[in-house]
Ligand binder design. Structure first.
Ligand code: ITT
Length: 199
């Protein structure tokens, strides 16, 4: 079975390929041409809503069954921020690396403005699969719990991984290998739930 993952985020693509590959599912990323066809506006107010918009939009634009992932970091001490705005929290940076660095810095600044140094937090992932006519075929969600640390650590992963400390292993998500992250991440939980719905 082949599925198109509707994302411009190569890190997401790699994680999904590793997990679904173990099930014999081949995950294809958007190529540059397809990406330029039609980029849906993510204006829903939930992760699930944005995943639906992306899956249906790209499925109709490409004529293929599509899976979309909408995800982000929910920080309790920030009232759930950055949440659905995780990718563009700071609103600056040309490259993904620059945006990630600015987002991480802003998150720590906002925490310290509230007099907080650590806070319970979680990554959330909403997945959606849509058919070429835009019909939603399956949906799922997963969460990955941790605590925000003010001392970012680790070089693996992407986004806010260096900030999510995992007390049970004494490491941040960015200090986990790809295999270790995939064994427990929000994305892997959501993928394991959706696999039986699409196979
Ligand atoms: P697409 O919309 O093209 O899939 P994106 O990166 O813009 O790519 P989202 O709108 O879903 O995707 O935003 C996800 C953001 O949430 C991502 O850029 C990170 O900042 C953060 N995030 C999500 N999953 C993460 C993970 O596993 N590790 C670290 N940060 C994560």
């Amino acid at each position: 079975m082949n599925i198109l993952l509707a994302t411009s985020n190569s890190h997401k693509l790699g994680e999904v390929q590793a997990i679904l590959g173990l099930q014999g599912i081949v995950v294809v990323g958007l190529n540059e041409t397809e990406r330029l066809i039609d980029e849906p506006i993510e204006d829903a107010d939930t992760f699930a809503g944005n995943a639906r918009l992306k899956a249906a939009g790209y499925a109709k634009a490409t004529g293929k069954r599509c899976m979309a992932d909408d995800s982000g970091l929910v920080v309790d001490a920030l009232g759930g921020e950055p949440g659905i705005f995780s990718a563009r929290y700071a609103g600056i940076g040309e490259s993904r690396e620059e945006r990630d660095a600015a987002n991480n810095e802003l998150l720590l600044t906002n925490l310290s403005k509230r007099g907080e140094s650590e806070s319970p937090a979680r990554f959330v992932c909403a997945l959606c699969v849509a058919d070429p006519d835009g019909t939603i075929v399956a949906e799922s969600e997963g969460a990955f719990e941790g605590v925000i640390t003010t001392t970012p650590r680790g070089v693996h992963g992407f986004g806010y991984d260096p900030l999510l400390f995992l007390p049970d292993v004494g490491m941040t998500s960015a200090e986990l290998s790809e295999e270790e992250k995939n064994a427990r991440s929000h994305r892997s939980v959501a993928l394991r739930k959706i696999i039986p719905l699409i196979t």
